[in-house]
Structures are given as C-alpha cells and as structure tokens.
Write a protein that binds this ligand. Structure first.
Ligand SMILES: [Zn+2]
Length: 162
C-alpha cells in the first residue's frame, strides 16, 4: 500500500485522526487536504467532518479559515503551497489553544486587552464565530454569516477573498 492508498482506506477514511493527538502532524493534515477525497471539495463543507479529522467543531472551522485567511468556498486544489502550509498549521494550532484555554480561539493578548476594556469572554473569545454584524478584528469590515455544510459559517469577506 502506498501513502495514498492508506489515506483512501475505508477504515482510515471513517475514523479520521484526533486533532488534539500529539501524533497528528502538519504533514498528515497536508496530505489529507491534498488527498483525492478532499482536494476538490469546498473547505467549509468538510472541515467539520469527523472522517477528515476528529475534533474540529463549527466554531473551529470558522475561526481556522479566518486565521488562515481562506474563504470557506475554496478547495484545497485551488490554494498555493504556502496557503496549504498555513492552513494545515492552523488546523492543529487553534484547537490546541482552544483546548488549553476554555475555548478561546482569538489571539490571547487581544483577548486580555478586550476583557480589560470591558468585553465579556463570550464576546472576546472568537475571531469570527457568532460575530456576524460586528467588525472584523483585523480590518474592521462587518462580518457575515453564510450557510455551508449544513451549518452557519462566519467570515470576513475582505480578509477571506474568494
Ligand atoms: Zn477582515
């Protein structure tokens, strides 16, 4: 079996790896994104599928794509090598930060400042998730909500260009 066949194996397809497992690497995510199963599918549609990787909830899907500055309608095959690297790293980093901080995906220094200015943790913890109608933390554009993969996807149309 070559690597592609291993990734395409029905058992592997079905379970996915856990994003919090230290054995899950950036290279694994990259291979997964570029595998025949996922490369021509919209990221917003499959990132929360347990068969892609276990542990990415909807808030992580939205915030991962925002941090990587990638529009949810993009497919892995449309991204540059640099974008694939950035996205793969973020798919690992953000859930791990979230796990260690009671579900904060936003930049931790920024959250501290926002809390000092009177924000609630609920308002400060996410980059874009459930922040539609509010300004993007990076560029000030009003964030929007789109239905994708059966769930609401939150994004900044300026930071995440199609
Ligand atoms: Zn923005």
């Amino acid at each position: 079996m070559n690597d592609q066949e291993v990734l395409d194996h029905p058992f592997i397809k079905k379970i996915g790896k856990d994003v919090l497992n230290p054995a899950t690497t950036v290279d694994f995510i990259k291979e997964r994104l570029l595998s025949s199963i996922y490369k021509n599918r919209q990221l917003g549609g499959f990132l929360t599928e347990q068969s892609f990787i276990a542990g990415l909830g909807n808030y992580l899907r939205c915030d991962v794509l925002f941090v990587a500055k990638i529009h949810p309608s993009k497919k892995p095959s449309e991204l540059s090598g640099e974008q694939i690297n950035q996205l793969s790293q973020t798919i690992l980093d953000l859930p791990r930060q979230s796990y260690n901080t009671a579900s904060i995906t936003n930049n931790l220094d920024k959250v501290e400042k926002l809390l000092a200015q009177g924000s609630t943790l609920e308002d400060a913890r996410f980059w874009v998730f459930r922040r539609d109608g509010l300004p993007c933390y990076d560029c000030g554009t009003t964030l929007i909500k789109q239905k994708m993969g059966g769930q609401a996807c939150y994004l900044c149309e300026n930071c995440q260009k199609i």
